[in-house]
Design a protein around this ligand. Structure first.
Ligand code: SF4
Length: 376
């Protein structure tokens, strides 16, 4: 792992008023809230030599903590934010209304806002409240508030089986929503989401192929995965082969517990892996917790799994091993290599682009590589 994180995920509350059918959070019905004491310990533990880090407030539903408490949690970070050493981001699922009061906070603390929505109404049937009622209209209302206030936002969208055949409709909707950046998470079995229907690699490949083609005609919307793979192909070949160390992505729960490598591991119970808890910020600062993380069984297993990936998988140079959590949720161990996630979000993505370049990158059409922004 890298010695310092680029991203820290912070859970202001476990509570989420929504009950999305694919949610991985086990304790989303419990109202457990972070105290300013824990937030202070996190801020105090941000290493003085670290590069600027992104602090992502992710829940539960982070807005469920309320404006007043959220401002109390931000306060300890203020000296760091003003010095340019942290930047905040909130990822909301729309489970609480985005009000003008929230917009005031986003503006005052320069908080990046991410909204979770899966595309047009029909593809949001998984996103429901505790009464089973769709959240779609409430989420769109929140987006309208952001737009009225001129607050830029990004989108995270889950791609379920049905969505893989509707890439164009999804992308048109997200573009028209008014964002310039979207990241897609192809549905996978994680945490509490053990019943989800994971798309096949053929369906995922079709989704990515349609996405590449759509992006060619719509350069104003950046799709994270397309950007990643084209950026990778644009690198010099020696850099493609280089090892890149994994961001430990410390995720800090409402009570100060820290898990590493995958936010989805927070709150998951496991005797063999000691619930994945690497420490608690009330007892040790983050650098101390990170420095001793090599002794954790799941970190050791993940490191071994990465080495196996490197030795055996043709996609490793681009992939670098993907998320630890997916290995555990699918195989019960971190030494496993291939997962539904890596098949659908890495392999299918690369194969879709290769297919398009093969079809279009003939001698008759030497401009096809350039059309996708690929430098060879
Ligand atoms: S695509 Fe899967 S098997 Fe291949 S390197 Fe990535 S995680 Fe490992």
């Amino acid at each position: 792992m890298t010695e310092q994180p680029r991203t820290i995920v912070v859970q202001p509350t476990t509570l989420c008023p929504m009950d999305c059918t694919y949610c991985y959070l086990l304790e989303r019905h419990l109202k457990q809230e972070m105290t300013p004491l824990v937030a202070t310990a996190i801020a105090d533990g941000i290493g003085s030599s670290w590069e600027p880090v992104e602090v992502v407030w992710h829940g539960g539903e982070p807005l469920a903590v309320g404006v007043e408490r959220f401002v109390e949690l931000l306060a300890p970070f203020e000296p760091l934010r003003r010095a340019g050493r942290v930047r905040h981001k909130v990822q909301t699922g729309g489970g609480r209304p985005i009000t003008d009061a929230w917009c005031d906070v986003f503006e005052q603390y320069d908080i990046g806002v991410g909204v979770s929505i899966d595309g047009p109404r029909t593809l949001n049937r998984h996103r429901v409240d505790r009464g089973g009622h769709p959240m779609f209209d409430r989420t769109v209302t929140g987006v309208e508030t952001l737009k009225r206030r001129g607050i830029h936002f990004t989108v995270l969208a889950v791609v379920s089986q049905g969505g893989t055949r509707q890439a164009v409709q999804v992308l048109d909707f997200i573009r028209d929503l008014g964002t310039s950046w979207v990241g897609f998470n192809v549905e996978a079995k994680e945490g509490a989401n053990v019943d989800g229907q994971t798309p096949s690699i053929e369906h995922a490949r079709g989704f990515w192929r349609d996405t590449f083609e759509w992006c060619r005609d719509n350069p104003d919307l950046t799709v994270r995965e397309v950007d990643n793979v084209l950026g990778f192909l644009g690198l010099a070949s020696e850099r493609r082969d280089a090892d890149s160390k994994h961001d430990p992505i410390p995720t800090i729960g409402w009570n100060g517990d820290v898990v590493l490598l995958s936010p989805e591991l927070l709150g998951v119970r496991s005797t063999i892996y000691s619930d994945f808890i690497a420490g608690n910020v009330l007892a040790d600062d983050l650098p101390t917790i990170l420095n001793r993380s090599d002794g954790l069984l799941y970190v050791q297993e993940f490191t071994a799994g990465l080495e196996t990936c490197k030795q055996t998988c043709e996609f490793f140079a681009f992939c670098q091993g993907t998320q630890a959590g997916d290995r555990f949720f699918e195989h019960g161990t971190f030494t496993a290599t291939e997962t539904d996630h890596c098949r659908n979000s890495v392999q299918a993505l690369v194969l879709a682009l290769a297919e398009l370049l093969r079809i279009e990158g003939t001698d008759d059409d030497p401009g096809a590589d350039r059309a996708y922004g690929v430098a060879r």
